[in-house]
Design a protein around this ligand. Structure first.
Ligand code: RB5
Length: 142
């Protein structure tokens, strides 16, 4: 299951991402935000989405906020979440391959929809390499 979360800054990009995922035939659930209303907080949505992603190792999250910074910080507060902030496909590639990331965070203010699609495609199609990276990830999960 793909879990979507954004604050008001990412609302517009997230609407486009939803359509993109639907076109790919991928199911998702969205915890919000549901408008451009600036009172919506990235913290609230991030923590809600974290709880759902953490329920199953196969779940992944796609989270947005203006810079992605606050959301990435909030996402990584949960010890079952491995969130990477990506503004380029290469980060999504290594985030999956080396860090087994289960949450992709993007800065809605700084990525176009076209770039976001390339980042999402890379994140979804790259497998964790395992091997030497396993012990490193275990160490930071203690
Ligand atoms: C909202 O104004 C902004 O602070 C938020 O989207 C994000 O960039 C926080 O890290």
């Amino acid at each position: 299951m793909i879990v979507l979360s954004t604050d008001h800054r990412g609302y517009d990009l997230m609407q486009k991402i939803k359509k993109y995922l639907e076109k790919l035939g991928l199911e998702y659930i969205s915890v919000g935000a549901n408008s451009f209303d600036p009172t919506d907080s990235y913290a609230t949505y991030t923590l809600k989405a974290n709880d759902i992603v953490a329920q199953n190792e196969k779940n992944i999250g796609i989270y947005l906020c203006g810079t992605g910074l606050g959301t990435a910080m909030g996402a990584n507060r949960n010890k079952h979440i491995r969130a990477v902030l990506c503004d380029h496909p290469k980060y999504a590639y290594f985030g999956r391959k080396h860090n087994n990331a289960n949450v992709l965070v993007m800065p809605a203010n700084y990525v176009s929809f076209g770039k976001a699609k390339r980042i999402i495609h890379t994140f979804l199609s790259t497998d964790f390499e395992g091997g030497r990276h396993i012990a490193r990830l275990e160490e930071i999960s203690k």
